[in-house]
Design a protein around this ligand. Sequence first.
Ligand SMILES: C[S@@+](CC[C@H](N)C(=O)[O-])C[C@H]1O[C@@H](n2cnc3c(N)ncnc32)[C@H](O)[C@@H]1O
Length: 423
Amino acid sequence: DNSEDSKNAIPEVNFDLEGEHAGELPSPWEGPSHCVSGDHCLYFNPEGNDHNGQVLITTPNYAYFTATFPKITSETQISPDSFHLAPIPGKGNGFVAGRLIKKGEVIMQRQPSFLVHADAHIDMKPEVQEKIYQIALSKLSKDAQEKFLSQFGDGVRAKIDKNSFRIVIDPSGDKESGHLGVFVDVSGFNHDCRPNVHYRITNTTHTTVAVRDIHPGDELTISYIYGIARRSTRQKELQDWGFECTCSQCTLNSLETAASDARVKEIKRLEEEIEDKMSRRGEDIKPEMGGKLVDMYLEEKLFAYLAPTYVRAALIYSMFGNEAKAKEYAEEAVDALTREYGTHAKDIQSMRELAADVKGHWSWGIKVVSEEKEQKTWKLGQGKGKKNETGEAGAKKERKIREKIGKKAGKTVKEAKAKKDEL
Ligand SMILES: C[S@@+](CC[C@H](N)C(=O)[O-])C[C@H]1O[C@@H](n2cnc3c(N)ncnc32)[C@H](O)[C@@H]1O
């Protein structure tokens, strides 16, 4: 039917970039070549991904952002023959370790082969979408096309649904800038609620890192969801992927499941309590609270989410003047921040300084000092019946510091929580 065809045809237009970044798309990015509804056009980088090509379906401004992102080159990845794709009972294929992969090793770093603005993926008319997706795919190398088509899912759209990662393109975090990125080599990772591999996305670079030692024959897994949740919540979230999770944590017996759910609940309760106390000048905070939280994370095998917990524990122990524990947790924090957020993680410099010189850190002993001061104030108050100014000024200073810590710890936790939006 000709009229249907013309309705669905994608116009071949010579689209002049409009708006803020008109005409600025840096080489070797090409485009736009095909434009569809809502300003969404096709862009292409033939040199991307080792000359296998990268396609992008988005608006001119997001195309500009994406094309200007620097590539991460500082981290190395393990050799590709350290793991291989193999059938995994009940899960299709998955990655299996061929040698011992040590905690902290970077498994792989990739750029997306296919990147589409989430609105375009959701709203585009199916017939038009199928056509522009086919045109986009045809621009990639034969090898990349084969890898794309061998991914799980029926048809291009379903493959994007089941294999893409959510990427926020605008550095300011604007939600409108959500894109779906398909990394053909990353698609082999199956899900586990207690994964041994953590992934992070910086700009558009996808990095996977081992969060514990992975032994030969073990499957390499990532978590598709935010894992610090009770089993029923996790299962519900995984319904979007169309499978019932049978990971080690989801198949615990009923007693063990109850214990795990209770621990998750207690972790959340304690985190809220610490945050609350920190925002109120650390009132009633106990030095062991930070350590207890770390222990519960480890017991619950939450190895992919340790960084904010170690940061908080290190700061609390330092505040209470426990040099050995502050140093121990600060060192763990540096490693965990590197794994989970990369070498430029917020807090990493502060944790390095704390580990290197606990007593020189701004947090050192502030809780001890304030308690001594409080006592002094109390004694003076008893004797003379009036307020002690030094004590008040000290308390004011401490309140400021405490607010700073509260914000710091709170922010890192929120960042971890934001993870659940990914994938
Ligand atoms: C990104 S793909 C992972 C690779 C896939 N197994 C394959 O053979 O290509 C995602 C799909 O793998 C399957 N899968 C992933 N994790 C699973 C799990 N824990 N249990 C069962 N199926 C899983 C689901 O069908 C899911 O939609």
